[in-house]
Design a protein around this ligand. Structure first.
Ligand code: AMP
Ligand code: GLY
Length: 383
């Protein structure tokens, strides 16, 4: 079948690598893709947010499955867009409905969802500019550190951990004043959880679910997990401290109630749920949901997955995931990023990477490259 994959990151390169191993995939298109995906399929210069251009492309190229990599098209309702159009409705689209994507699209919504379904998470309160005074009063007596989160999508930058009550007050004013645009028009103030983080990936068809290999990503730039945070310097799977006892708690207390909660609330969800956890003295707490796979975690999760990914997607869309058995490679997968000196601050761009042909026994994935705005615009114009 012809498959269209949306996105341009290392996650999408890893998806493309796995999708093209399936006999079911006859042709893969990636919109817009990156240098790595162009070696596996055909990149098409369409933005994943341009639903009408995607519609035209899907119909003209007999696309039979759409796989959505990043969160933004999901939060903006690409699933619903397909459902509302007769010709698109029958094409499986891997990703949740707009309502389901709220798990990631609104921190306040996801906190309420967790409360409704008794899912363990940090205590919290939410504030808007109308309740700023109450928010500032709340911060005055809050235990330190204090976690402030912009409610909406903020490109991974919307969480600020404040070490003093005064700093938190300044941060709250800034956030509600538009620091992250409309994403911080509402702010969630959360209790700080002390512990070690890990991530769990679930594929669900809205009734059944399958658990994929877990992973842990490392965000700090320096050796030994030091220095400023980045978009992610690497990831590893499996995660040794996630033992059988932890898995039982994660599944019973979080995964099952999450999928059952979505079903009870009649929220269509045929896609991935990425659950970020903190283990606090062996007890799992949810720190976030994402409505997609992780980037870069996908680069270590998919190499450990033995199943045919296109077949899994088929079951995910058809509601028959219950019939699937996930098979996992026991070996460890690690991904390490090579970045230009200075990153995540100012760094030199435009350097050529050579010698990739000499890499043996490892997979190479290309991450999203910063592209000048004019270049994207002209690429879109060509499309
Ligand atoms: P998020 O965007 O929600 O994943 O948050 C980004 C990062 O902030 C997480 O990976 C954690 O390291 C940290 N974080 C978020 N919420 C909490 C919390 N309640 N307690 C401690 N750290 C947190
Ligand atoms: N690596 C974290 C994320 O994809 O959100």
């Amino acid at each position: 079948m012809n498959i269209l994959l949306l996105g341009s990151g290392g996650r999408e390169h890893a998806f493309a690598w796995k999708i093209t191993q399936s006999k079911r995939c006859s042709k893969l298109y990636i919109a817009p893709g990156n240098a790595g995906t162009s070696a596996l399929g055909q990149n098409v210069p369409i933005s994943p947010l341009d639903f009408s251009a995607l519609e035209k492309f899907v119909l003209e190229n007999q696309i039979e499955m759409v796989v959505v990599g990043p969160e933004e098209p999901l939060v903006r309702g690409i699933w619903d867009y397909f459902q509302e159009r007769a010709q698109l409705k029958k094409i499986p689209l891997i990703g949740p409905s707009k309502a389901g994507a709220m798990l990631e699209g609104s921190k306040a919504w996801s906190k309420k969802f967790m409360l409704r379904h008794n899912i363990p998470t940090a205590g919290y309160q939410e504030f808007t500019s109308e309740t700023l005074e109450a928010g500032l009063a709340y911060l005055k007596n809050h235990a330190l550190p204090i976690v402030l989160k912009a409610d909406g999508l903020a490109a991974g930058k919307g969480v600020v951990i404040c070490q003093s009550n005064a700093e938190a007050a300044v941060e709250m004013r800034e956030m509600l004043g538009g620091k992250f645009g409309t994403a911080s028009a509402r702010v969630v103030v959360e209790e700080f959880l002390e512990g070690i983080e890990f991530s769990v990936f679930v594929m669900t068809d809205g009734k059944n679910y399958k658990i994929l290999p877990e992973a842990k990503d490392y965000k700090r730039i320096g050796e030994g997990d030091t220095g400023p945070n980045t978009g992610g310097m690497g990831a590893v799977s499996p995660v040794p401290f996630v033992d059988a006892a932890m898995w039982t708690k994660v599944e019973e207390r979080v995964i099952r109630p999450t999928v059952e909660g979505l079903k009870k609330e009649k929220i269509p969800y045929n896609g991935f749920i990425f659950i970020g956890f903190i283990s606090v003295r062996g007890e799992p707490f949810v720190i976030e949901y994402n409505c997609r796979m992780g980037d870069p975690e996908t680069e270590v999760v998919l190499p450990r997955l033995k199943n045919d990914l296109v077949s899994l997607f088929g079951h995910c869309a058809a509601g028959s995931l219950g019939r699937v058995k996930i098979r996992t490679d026991k070996r460890t997968a690690t991904t390490v990023f090579l970045v230009s000196g200075g990153y995540p601050g100012e760094y030199e761009k435009g350097k050529v990477i050579s010698g990739l042909d000499k890499v043996k026994g490892a997979l190479l994935f290309t991450p999203e490259l910063p592209q000048p705005k004019e270049e994207i615009a002209s690429a879109l114009a060509v499309g």
